[in-house]
Ligand binder design. Structure first.
Ligand code: SAM
Length: 346
């Protein structure tokens, strides 16, 4: 969207002011199942039929559908009986639950968890810390204890994080030729979407997902098929337990959760366990060195403030962390999407 800088009519500010209204329209339509119903029905439906089938009021549904049309998430056809709605290509591909590229779970995590933390952004900036106590009435001393405050919340988090790899995973795993690395550990590998991408791109590697015990248990139960023999699991705490030897360690969206000191502590442990000639692959969003953007990364950095102990960083900052831990020949590949690949070698 482009805006002219008209000081008489501050269109850009009106758009920003309405930003959260836009998010909420998309979240509510997902949550109510609008896109799923329209995909299943394979024909355009009236607002009355949609409201009836989804068990909502017609009064509210009609307005939600019209806003989705304005957002180009739905298309509308005017017939003599009234308005009929259908999915646009983008909503069918990304907003329906059954699509392999579905972002549904990610959007639900935004709507039900992240949105509540952002309610206290002013307080987070004032205090310089995450807002779990205010948003959910729970202690924020241990970030992942707070994030995993119930099994349901942990599963939502895992589904939400996994979703983005259906649109960015291939690029980050293909950014470098990882074929020389056969024994790979995905530290904090969560629900395993990146591990799956790795074994499908590199036929000779095995990937072990090392994560907290309850995450490993859930990943085995809900996410990674036991028939996938090239993915194994290791329960552990990467700060407290020893890290097994490997050719390559993947740390995807791990360092952004932690302050510099903890990142260097973790990377130093990884460097010590890494085979000579091996390496570490960081997968993170990257801030521009001159602070001009990208806007998504700047917003994600605020999200790290309201939710974690960490922040998003520039390429130079990641190079410093890797160098401080003893890694050499650090290379960076930008994918042009949200997440990038940074390879350091031992
Ligand atoms: N790598 C996954 C991805 O990008 O989708 C998950 C990233 S998530 C932001 C951080 C992951 O680190 C979670 O799976 C979490 O359980 C794991 N984690 C956090 N603290 C950990 C610890 N002390 N030891 C092992 N894993 C940990």
């Amino acid at each position: 969207m482009s805006f002219t800088e008209d000081l008489e009519y501050p269109q850009i500010l009106i758009h920003y002011q309405n930003g959260f209204l836009i998010s909420k329209v998309m979240f509510a339509a997902c949550e109510l199942g609008v896109f799923d119903l329209l995909k299943e029905s394979e024909e355009l439906l009236s607002s009355k039929a949609i409201a009836e089938q989804l068990g909502s009021s017609h009064y509210g549904m009609e307005r939600l559908l019209d806003a989705c049309v304005g957002l180009k998430l739905l298309r509308v056809e005017m017939k003599k009986e009234g308005a009929f709605y259908g999915n646009t290509e983008i909503s069918s591909l990304y907003l329906t639950k059954s699509s392999p590229r579905s972002q549904y779970h990610n959007l639900m995590y935004y709507s039900k968890t992240i949105y509540l933390c952002w309610h206290y952004l002013t307080e987070a900036v004032r205090e310089g810390k995450n807002q779990y106590e205010r948003a959910f009435g729970i202690s924020s001393k241990d970030t992942f204890e707070a994030l995993y405050r119930s099994e349901e919340e942990m599963i939502k988090f895992m589904y939400g994080l996994n979703a983005v790899w259906s649109i960015c995973g291939r690029d980050v795993i293909a950014a470098f030729d990882l074929s020389p690395f056969t024994v790979i550990y995905d530290l904090g590998g969560g629900a395993g979407a990146l591990a799956q991408e790795c074994v499908s791109q590199y036929p000779h590697c095995t990937v072990t997902i090392l994560d907290l015990p309850k995450v490993v248990e859930t990943a085995k139960k809900h996410f990674v098929s036991s028939e996938e023999h090239r993915i194994t699991f290791c329960e552990g705490d990467f700060f407290k337990d020893s890290i097994p030897e490997a050719d390559l360690y993947i740390l995807a969206r791990i360092l952004h959760d932690w302050a510099d000191e903890k990142c260097v502590q973790l990377l130093t442990k990884v460097q010590k366990s890494c085979k000579v000639g091996g390496g570490v692959l960081l997968v993170e969003t990257l801030l521009n060195e001159d602070k001009t953007g990208p806007l998504e990364s700047q917003l994600y950095s605020i999200n790290m403030l309201v939710q974690t102990e960490g922040k998003e960083r520039t390429s130079t900052e990641y190079i410093s962390l890797l160098t401080a831990a003893g890694f050499k020949e650090v290379e960076i590949k930008k994918t042009g999407k949200l997440y990038n690949a940074i390879l350091g070698r031992k």
